[in-house]
Design a protein around this ligand. Structure first.
Ligand code: 5GP
Ligand code: ZN
Length: 140
């Protein structure tokens, strides 16, 4: 069970397995899964197993755990997908574009010259996302 669990939080439900996700990695503090509306190929999310709305609410040791996992994932994604770069994004508050109110770090592998899809717009199919996820997992 997520610390500071929230019953009506989408990402708490994903951590609990009540809503399916394509999982890439998990440890005692963090959970990583593919973004269902990817902005780039391999776009995934790191979430703490602690329900906090955003960066302002998240105890710093949990934020540090997320950053450590983000680095591990960025290295694996760059190697596994042979990307040229990796964009890390983290939004706080609706005014900043945040749409899910459980803190998360976006990791987006980027190819040279590739344009990004719009934020949280077009849903991708699991059978398209799974082979991409497998490549990242294999590089972990
Ligand atoms: P935010 O706008 O809060 O920074 O990012 C939320 C992210 O969660 C978006 O990139 C969006 O595509 C993703 N997302 C929203 N609902 C779901 C879902 O049910 N499953 C998965 N895997 N990702 C989701
Ligand atoms: Zn939550």
């Amino acid at each position: 069970m997520t610390e500071h669990h929230s019953d009506d939080c989408l990402f708490c439900k994903i951590i609990a397995g009540d809503i399916p996700s394509i999982k890439l990695y998990e440890d005692d503090r963090t959970y990583v899964f593919m973004d269902i509306m990817p902005q780039t190929r391999g776009h995934h999310l790191i979430i703490p197993k602690y329900h906090a709305q955003d960066f302002f609410d998240l105890p710093i040791d949990w934020a540090n755990a997320c950053l450590a996992t983000a680095q591990k994932m960025a290295i694996a994604a760059k190697a596994g997908l042979e990307s040229d770069g990796v964009r890390i994004m983290q939004l706080n508050g609706a005014a900043a574009g945040q749409t899910v109110f459980h803190y998360h770090v976006h990791v987006m592998p980027v190819m040279k010259g590739e344009s990004m899809a719009l934020h949280a717009r077009d849903m991708e199919k699991p059978d398209v996302l799974q082979p991409i996820a497998d490549k990242i997992i294999a590089a972990l």
